[in-house]
Design a binder for this molecule. Structure first.
Ligand code: TYD
Length: 207
């Protein structure tokens, strides 16, 4: 059986990933793929339980290393239980966030270092690196104010503007480091235009 494809959507909080993910799902289904959508942290019973701990806004004392390990644990379970088997059986998997979120939020914004965070995550993900990653680029201020309008903010979203600026900047430098895999898209463009760019890249990947 041929290997499926693995696509991840990244970007600062409020960058509009979910809308693009549902559009991409429709497109891939039209192309004949079985499509599985998942999100991080979460996507399995255990990973969703870990998510509750990570995002609980009362846990302000959580150390950056604990945070990194929890994200990696949720990811390890998701890979073992869902993503790995799906890709191995030919499914197209689209994940709302993946390892790049840890490299940026924990490695850069928390300051643990990209190499350290990558080493820990290698144990969690094995060979399952995304085939392509779309990074929806958005100024930190815009993302957070969009989130505020939608829901009560979680522990990460309640971080300072300075933290969210480091995240936005971190994504840009990560994308510059891996230009073949990470495609940067201006998240302030109209939804249809973003969707068109993503489809174009995926078409190229499928060829
Ligand atoms: P979520 O509500 O899923 O945010 P969004 O809708 O913006 O994707 O919450 C996930 C939060 O966790 C988000 O603030 C990013 C953060 N995060 C990390 O810090 N490290 C990680 O490895 C992952 C996957 C997410």
């Amino acid at each position: 059986m041929s290997r499926g494809i693995f696509i991840t959507m990244e970007g600062p909080d409020g960058s509009g990933k979910s809308t693009q993910i549902s559009r991409l799902k429709e497109y891939l289904e039209k192309e004949g793929y079985n499509v599985l959508i998942t999100r991080e942290p979460g996507g399995t019973v255990i990973s969703e339980a870990i998510r509750e701990i990570i995002l609980n806004k009362d846990f302000t004392e959580m150390s950056p290393v604990t945070e990194m390990m929890l994200y990696a644990s949720a990811r390890a379970q998701l890979i073992a239980e869902v993503v790995g088997p799906a890709i191995d059986s030919g499914t197209a998997v689209i994940s709302d966030r993946f390892v790049d979120s840890s490299l940026v939020y924990q490695g850069m914004a928390r300051g643990l270092g990209v190499d350290t965070v990558y080493e820990i995550n290698k144990v969690a993900i094995g060979d399952y690196m995304p085939d392509v990653t779309f990074m929806l680029d958005l100024p930190a201020e815009v993302g957070i104010s969009r989130k505020k309008d939608q829901k009560e903010l979680d522990r990460m979203e309640l971080e300072s503007l300075e933290f969210h600026k480091k995240v936005a900047e971190g994504y840009r430098s990560l994308a510059a480091k891996f230009p073949d895999r990470i495609k940067t898209i201006d998240a302030t463009l109209p939804i249809d235009e973003i969707c068109g760019i993503i489809k174009g890249e995926v078409k190229h990947l499928l060829r």
